[in-house]
Design a protein around this ligand. Structure first.
Ligand code: DX5
Ligand code: ZN
Length: 220
């Protein structure tokens, strides 16, 4: 199993985004995680399409876009020509999630559904689980970086592991929020294949970005 780490650019220095992205040029098996917040689905606002397009021109790694927005259909439509590798939107924001996943799959190689900590995994239909490429399990309330990992995530991961095995679903499992070297090894062991990390990757400055990433995969 390839262990992907997705540095969340929410924690990078946006005034120097080009230099920041360059620090990761030699990294292996990383995706850049873009947190798009609309100030409506979550009580915070980050960036929208112009910045996403700019980053897509600079990035040497697959882009992983996490839409914390009330209207994901708008972003599917307006970003369909932008080379995002993965397009994830929130289950809670979609009245017809299966239709939206099918629509997004026409434009992006990978499509994910995200669930907030309070949304039970059982809410997701078998049809939806068969269709998605990625399930993003939020391990903090979406909206802000630097929060503490919610322990209830472990039970959710176990339910997902059991159901994936029983049904041979092939979606990958991504965890987002409060990831550090304290829980990364256990998260991979519990079935996660992709860990998003913002504050942990960026906290010690550019010279340490790659070491921080490696420390999430060590001993795994
Ligand atoms: C939170 C975002 C996360 C956030 C993670 O709403 O979805 O991607 O950047 O930040 P850390 O790793 O600091 O918890
Ligand atoms: Zn995120």
């Amino acid at each position: 199993m390839t262990k992907i780490v997705s540095p969340s650019l929410l924690s990078c220095d946006f005034m120097n985004i080009e230099t920041e992205l360059k620090q990761f040029d030699s990294a292996k098996d990383i995706w850049f995680h873009l947190d798009i917040m609309d100030g409506h689905f979550v009580p915070n606002l980050t960036f929208g399409n112009p910045i996403i397009k700019m980053i897509s021109k600079l990035s040497k790694h697959p882009l992983d876009a996490h839409f914390m927005v009330s209207n994901p259909a708008f972003y599917i439509e307006t970003l369909k020509d932008v080379p995002l590798h993965n397009f994830t939107f929130h289950y809670e924001a979609a009245s017809t999630p299966l239709e939206l996943v099918k629509e997004a799959k026409m434009h992006f190689p990978s499509v994910g559904i995200s669930i907030k900590p309070g949304t039970p995994f059982e809410s997701l239909s078998d049809d939806l689980l068969s269709e998605i490429d990625l399930l993003l399990v939020m391990s903090v309330e979406p909206g802000f970086g630097g929060q503490s990992f919610i322990e209830g995530t472990w039970d959710k991961l176990e339910q997902i592991r059991v159901k994936k095995l029983a049904n041979s679903y092939d979606f990958s499992v991504q965890i987002d929020g409060g990831v550090s070297n304290k829980n990364a090894e256990d998260l991979f062991a519990a079935g996660a294949t992709n860990l998003v990390a913002g504050s942990y990757v960026f906290k010690n400055g550019p010279s340490e970005y790659l070491n921080q990433i490696n420390s999430l995969r060590e001993n795994n």
